[in-house]
Design a protein around this ligand. Structure first.
Ligand code: AHR
Length: 510
């Protein structure tokens, strides 16, 4: 295939400021995410800060994590927030939502939840890493009153209510000032099997007349599964009839690009590589599609999209313990999924107010893997580190033109674009991130910035000589980025994007 390609950055066509919250995270009481992943306990031999894994805190600080969602996921709709408060030794032990077959011998971090990590521990974690908390309320098995009381417990000023006094007795006189509140999770499924109209009624009951305690609360509705337009239309229509659309801050889309072929995270053919990237690319049409449906009712688009679960979900990996459920390191292929998805959010910075990759550690599209005292970063972490430069910058429209790739999908020819990415500007520094999905060919590309002169360029590249490459506890630096100075010929920048790569170019403009 030809390698001629062109990227044109249109500085005079700003899209919107990229919300740092697009670079958000998600932790759930599932597998090894909380217990062993985030929380090791104060008495652990594993270095920790008040029970929280120190290596995780240190690594997270490098990627500016903006917001963290907790406690689920499906777990949230079975959670009683009171269980995770008070002296840790006296907290109840509950059956975890995720393991309903309690006869199996999987008692390691799994079947029963010891509630050692609760509201205070989560707030400490957020504080340590400089992120905002985003709590998910229990709609399926709890009540609006429980929800109000959790809001009061977190946000009521010191000493003013019984619950704020209880919070102080439990270690925090100062309120947590939680702004983001999810109203249930996947309410079309594990969150209660509601119809969109029924869920709109529940949503209204939960958010009506909640005391704000000085913090303007941002309520997030449990949005659609992938391309379920009926869910979005049904909810918005019903809530519009109740004249309650003004109560919604965000509408949470969930989309996982399923794995392909034999569904093993690290075993795939070239065609399956392209197929997964093609599946991930569906995020583009989901954002545009749901935004269109929302706009049928919310004509001024006051409600923003929140993609609070996304990532590549593989079914199999043979090297982590069974009780960790979906724990796998993620290969270079997953890193390209991360890059192209974050680029998609950047390009839609006017629509997407927050996104939370699922999940932070030891599950699905993780940035980290931990097992007892071993801890590594995955290729996804490197993508988040490279893309952190986009946070809070101005997204600008960018045109990509490259020969597309033909591959075989379900026995038939299919096409994937040849280059894709996003660009943002802060002061005179332009950040351009680009995914080259082609497994074997570099892309020689002319990069043009309309109405500006490029002074200098520096590249950071994430790739490997094998598309299946991944980091392991024994080889933790198999996939990591390298930096390179790029020389300009006159005012023109011609850059050769490595095959199977995610690249960040930082251009200083005159
Ligand atoms: O991220 C794992 C699970 O996927 C979440 O708990 C749920 O919301 C989704 O189905």
């Amino acid at each position: 295939q030809a390698t001629e390609a062109r990227i044109e950055i249109l500085l005079d066509e700003p899209i919107a400021t990229i919300s740092p919250n697009i670079y958000g995270h998600f932790i759930e009481h599932l597998g090894g995410v909380i217990y062993d992943g985030v929380w090791v306990g104060e008495d652990s031999k594993i270095p920790n800060i008040g029970g929280i894994r120190a290596a995780l805190v240190e690594a997270l600080r490098r990627i500016k994590p903006s917001v963290v969602r907790w406690p689920g996921g499906c777990f949230a709709d079975s959670y009683n927030w009171r269980d995770g408060t008070g002296p840790r030794a006296q907290r109840p032990r509950r059956t975890n939502f995720w393991i309903r077959d309690t006869t199996r011998n999987l008692d390691r971090f799994q079947v029963y939840d010891p509630n050692q990590f609760g509201t205070h521990e989560f707030m400490s974690f957020c504080k340590l890493i400089g992120a905002q908390p985003y709590l998910a309320a229990n709609v399926r098995s709890s009540t609006p009153r429980d929800f109000y009381e959790w809001v009061e417990y977190c946000n009521a000023p010191a000493g003013l209510t019984t619950l704020s006094k209880l919070r102080a007795a439990n270690g925090s006189a100062e309120p947590f000032n939680v702004k983001y509140w999810g109203i249930g999770n996947e309410s079309w499924g594990c969150g209660g099997n509601y119809s969109p109209e029924e869920y709109a009624v529940e949503f209204g009951r939960f958010v009506a007349w909640v005391p704000q305690y000085g913090e303007r609360l941002a309520f997030i509705g449990s949005g659609p599964n992938g391309g379920d337009w009926r869910w979005t239309r049904g909810f918005f229509t019903k809530l519009g009839e109740k004249r309650m659309l003004g109560a919604v801050y965000g509408w949470a889309l969930h989309y996982y690009c399923g794995s392909t072929g034999n569904r093993n995270a690290a075993v795939f053919t070239n065609d399956e590589w392209y197929e997964l990237l093609g599946n991930a690319d569906r995020m583009e049409s989901l954002i545009v599609g749901h935004w269109g449906v929302m706009g049928e009712i919310d004509r001024e688009h006051r409600v923003k999209l929140i993609v609070d679960e996304w990532g590549a979900w593989h079914a199999r990996w043979d090297k982590m313990p069974e009780e960790y459920l979906w724990a796998y390191p993620g290969t270079l292929r997953d890193a390209l999924v991360a890059g192209l998805t974050l680029d998609t959010f950047n390009r839609h910075a006017d629509k997407v107010a927050m996104a939370n990759v699922a999940q932070l550690i030891n599950t699905i599209h993780s940035l980290f893997l931990a097992y007892e005292d071993r801890f590594i970063v995955t290729p996804n972490f490197h993508v988040f580190e490279m893309y952190a430069a986009h946070q809070g910058a101005q997204a600008v429209r960018t045109l990509f033109s490259a020969p597309s790739i033909t591959y075989t999908r379900a026995g038939r020819p299919a096409q994937l674009w040849g280059l894709s990415g996003s660009a943002s500007l802060r002061d005179k520094r332009l950040t351009l991130t680009v995914v080259n999905p082609y497994v074997s060919e570099p892309r020689e590309t002319e990069v043009v910035v309309r109405n500006a002169e490029i002074r200098s360029c520096r590249a950071r590249i994430l790739t490997a000589n094998d598309i299946h490459a991944h980091n392991t506890f024994d080889d933790p630096r198999r996939v990591e980025p390298r930096d390179e100075d790029v020389s300009l010929s006159g005012k023109t920048l011609v850059y050769r994007f490595a095959p199977a790569s995610v690249t960040r170019l930082q251009l200083d403009l005159a």
